[in-house]
Design a protein around this ligand. Structure first.
Ligand code: FAD
Ligand code: UDP
Length: 370
């Protein structure tokens, strides 16, 4: 065997595992089919601005161990995600909090907001929510659902909110305080020099082959390594033998604009159904944290368009409905019998995973195997 570990995929899962294995003296090879490292967290410096090529990536966690761990690879700024939602010509603060309620109804106190929301919830007569629409209305009432959730959700997922599982909407906080922080976590920030630099530091001293697809030479790669950390699609590993798992895809339209400041905030969501994109991000604000704007006369924005997934498209969001969950279980049963392959990360486990979760899982696997 040439390598102790073959790592398929240079995203955060693969990079953390590779770093830990290398640190312990194991011989490691990382292969990555894209032309760059860092997976979907990849950032690229364009015109002096660190551009999040696959959509906004904000690091947040309440796990001190993970937060301390990433500090060794990058300095993080104090960015706090406070997106706005645009509905037609109205602008609201997110996540749903006292600022949003004030903007919607002119009310000032938490009691006034609760009274309005509770009245709407009671009027909807939902006893046990069974889908995203019912779950959303049971949490925030009908008006916020209609203006800020329904259009965005149905664009994002390409189906009616009544067909979606309720857990998706439970990711969003609802607060009766004037606090626009999108996340409830203890720690939050963006690596000052970008995620690519962070991952590059993790992979220091490790052999990495880019533009190298595992499936181009599967057998040969398997014969070269004692163990394989596989962070690609689980269904692809088994040649889609039970049928392909479904995903939701995205396309990103990046634009360089000749102005200092396009929208005054890093993220603005577009929640009405008539706008084809879900959000516009303006990359320079991830660095400046709204305290000052670099007056360079240029800025880069990205519009994010959800799209149906088909073979050849990037698989971004797993669709964890009943059909796909059952299909995934079939693949997971095969995977559990593999003597030397570990299926990991968002594609290997068919789960939407935040970056801190991926890092935590990778460190756990490293502790178990190394
Ligand atoms: P990936 O980053 O997908 O890495 C897997 C790598 O494996 C890829 O580079 C892929 O090219 C490679 N690969 C696959 N198959 C093969 C093969 N056959 N051969 C070789 N290489 C292969 N998380 C947050 O914490 N905060 C956020 O704000 C956030 N925003 C997000 C926004 C969007 C639009 C998306 C889609 C995700 C977001 N995430 C966010 C989640 C974050 O992207 C993931 O947690 C992280 O990318 C998962 O890392 P991973 O290593 O599991 O997967
Ligand atoms: N969501 C919404 N309106 C918004 C933002 C989010 O309805 O302005 C819903 C949508 O269904 C989304 C879910 O909340 O899929 C989770 O939001 P989050 O920002 O965590 O997910 P993302 O859109 O980044 O995948």
């Amino acid at each position: 065997m040439t390598y102790d570990y073959l790592i398929v995929g240079a995203g955060l899962f693969g990079a953390v595992f590779a770093h830990e294995a290398h640190k312990k003296g194991h011989k490691v090879l990382v292969i990555e089919k894209r032309s760059h490292i860092a997976g979907n967290a990849y950032t690229q410096n364009m015109e002096g601005i660190e551009v999040h090529q696959y959509g906004a990536h904000i690091f947040h966690t309440s796990n001190r161990k993970v937060w301390d761990y990433v500090q060794q690879f990058a300095s993080f700024n104090r960015f706090t995600n406070s997106p706005l939602a645009r509905y037609q010509d109205e602008l609201y603060h997110l996540p749903f909090n006292m600022n949003t309620f004030h903007e919607l109804w002119g009310i000032i106190t938490p009691k006034e907001a609760m009274d309005i929301i509770q009245k709407q919830i009671a009027g909807a007569k939902i006893t046990t929510p069974t889908n995203l629409e019912e779950q959303a209305i049971s949490l925030v009432g009908t008006e916020i659902y209609e203006k800020l959730i329904k259009g965005y959700t149905e664009k994002q997922w390409g189906c009616e909110a009544t067909k979606l599982p309720s857990f998706i909407i439970r990711r969003l906080p609802i607060r009766y305080t004037y606090n626009n922080n999108y996340f409830n976590d203890d720690f939050q920030g963006i690596p000052v020099n970008g995620y690519t630099k962070l991952v590059k530091n993790m992979l220091e001293g490790i052999e990495v082959r880019l533009e190298t697809d595992f499936f181009a030479n599967k057998e040969e790669y398997c014969n070269q390594a004692n163990q394989i950390i596989y962070t690609g699609r689980i269904d692809q590993y088994y040649d889609h033998c039970f049928g392909p798992l479904a995903y939701r895809s995205l396309s990103f339209e990046h634009q360089l604009l000749a102005m200092d400041n396009y929208q005054g905030n890093a993220v603005i969501n577009y929640t009405d159904a008539s706008v084809p994109y879900t959000r516009i991000i303006e990359h320079k604000h991830f660095v400046s944290d709204s305290t000052h704007v670099v007056a360079s006369g240029k800025t880069i924005i990205t519009k994010e368009y959800p799209s149906p997934w088909q073979p050849g498209c990037e698989p971004y969001y797993p669709i964890n409905d009943a059909t796909n969950t059952a299909l995934y279980e079939q693949y997971a049963a095969l995977a559990s019998k593999e003597p030397k392959v570990f299926f990991c990360g968002r594609l290997g486990t068919y789960r939407y995973l935040d970056m801190h979760v991926v890092i935590e899982q990778s460190l756990q696997l490293a502790a178990q195997l190394l």
